[in-house]
Design a protein around this ligand. Structure first.
Ligand SMILES: [Zn+2]
Length: 90
């Protein structure tokens, strides 16, 4: 007695934990622009810019970079693209 009830409870609890882990609309890679709190994950529309491109746009120290690449969110990439319309229009 009591064993079955406990087993069921454990099962229910672990199921709950699994659900809590899956957060919707949350990415893994934060946008490199420090003033921005969006996500730069590829599946969320994030892009990577070169260090030089990002420096021209946001200024040195206003973003973080990794290995010469700067991961930015979709909206940051869009605003960067607006400023750099002169090339690759398609
Ligand atoms: Zn951003």
């Amino acid at each position: 007695m009591g064993f079955k009830a406990r087993a069921r409870k454990t099962k229910a609890d672990s199921g709950k934990d699994d659900k809590a882990k899956v957060k919707k609309n949350a990415g893994e890679t934060p946008c490199a622009v420090k003033s921005c709190e969006k996500w730069a994950d590829k599946n969320l529309g994030g892009r990577s810019l070169s260090f030089d491109d990002a420096t021209e746009m946001w200024g040195n120290g206003s973003f973080s970079s990794a290995k010469g690449r700067v991961r930015v969110c979709k909206s940051c990439y869009r605003s960067w693209k607006k400023e750099n319309k002169n090339d690759d229009m398609y």
